[in-house]
Design a binder for this molecule. Structure first.
Ligand code: D8Q
Length: 116
C-alpha cells in the first residue's frame, strides 16, 4: 500500500531535502571536524567513550546505500555527530565550538525546510 511503501524508502522529495542539507553541512566552514570518522589511532580513547561514532561521510554513504527509510532516521544520525562531539570535547575547544555552531546551523536549516 501507499503507506507501507512510504516506510521502505525516502520519497524523492525527502531524498532531495536530506541531500540539500547534507551538502550544506559539508561545505560549512565549521564542518571540518565532522567530515570523516574521528581518527581513533590519533584519539585512542574515542572508541571506548563514543558508542556510536558518526560523521558526514558515513551519513552520505548510508544515504547513497538506501539505508535511511525515513528523514527522521537521517536527522538522528546528524544529531549523533553533535552529541558525540559534546561528549568528547570541551565546549570552548576548537572542535567543541565548531560542533555547537554546526548544530545550531543544522537545526535552524532543518526547521526552515521541514516546518509547514
Ligand atoms: C569530531 N572530532 C574531531 C576531531 C578532530 O580533530 N578532527 C580533525 C579532522 N582533521 C577530534 C575530536 C572529535 O570529536
Amino acid at each position: 500500500s501507499e503507506k507501507k511503501e512510504k516506510s521502505i524508502l525516502l520519497t524523492n522529495k525527502e531524498l532531495a531535502l536530506v541531500m540539500t542539507v547534507l551538502d550544506e553541512l559539508d561545505k560549512h566552514e565549521d564542518s571540518w571536524p565532522f567530515l570523516f570518522p574521528v581518527n581513533t589511532k590519533h584519539f585512542s580513547t574515542y572508541k571506548r567513550i563514543i558508542k556510536n561514532p558518526m560523521d558526514l561521510s558515513t551519513i552520505r554513504s548510508k544515504l547513497e546505500g538506501g539505508i535511511y527509510k525515513t528523514k527522521e532516521s537521517f536527522v538522528d544520525d546528524v544529531r549523533t555527530i553533535f552529541d558525540n562531539c559534546e561528549t568528547f570535547n570541551e565546549d570552548q575547544s576548537p572542535v567543541g565550538k565548531a560542533g555547537h555552531i554546526l548544530r545550531l546551523y543544522f537545526e535552524r536549516r532543518w526547521a526552515e525546510l521541514t516546518s509547514t
